[in-house]
Ligand binder design. Sequence first.
Ligand code: URA
Length: 210
Amino acid sequence: MEKSDALQELEKEIMENKNLPLQKSNLVFGEGNINADIMFIGEAPGYYEDQLKRPFVGRSGKLLDKLIASVGWKREDVYITNIVKRRPPENRDPSPEEIETYKPYLTRQIEIINPKVIATLGRFSMNYFLPVAKITRDQGKVFRLGKRLLVPLFHPAAALRSTETLTAFEQSFKKLPRVIQEYEKLMSVGVFTHTQEKTSEETIKQQNLL
Ligand code: URA
């Protein structure tokens, strides 16, 4: 099946599954280049995302756009989505159940897009892949996760609240083109690959590839 057909099918399935939580909010499936080398994964849609049914279009999205442009890319070059596909009320954190219920859909979305690199935005998205990672310690590091590289980044909303976080976010973001360019090399670095299940505190500490 063509990627675009597979994605359409997936979106339709999410839409039709009325057992999924947060049914009062709109579905924000994700958007961008379906052949992108990099996929950005945030937490859950906010107010503007819910209104426009598009990921990262509010204040956080503006900062994300700015950083995408700062490394010479266009927003349309990358793919952007969230772990939870509908807005939690009052922008509260997504619950573990919500994350779990949307998981099979995100898993398929990643498989279809098949990016070389996943950049997570914020703690929730990072811990989705690396449950024992710590955002302040591990953001900006490069991890190998199966056949992909994973770079945890701060959430842009956190960067908008603190200059220190913003500086770290910008610095880590600048690494991304190199992570894509050096994908083959980084994948062949002689460190052990780990799966989500096997990730331990120790592997996290040892895994920084770049
Ligand atoms: N914050 C997120 O995590 N995702 C969005 O789409 C917007 C804001």
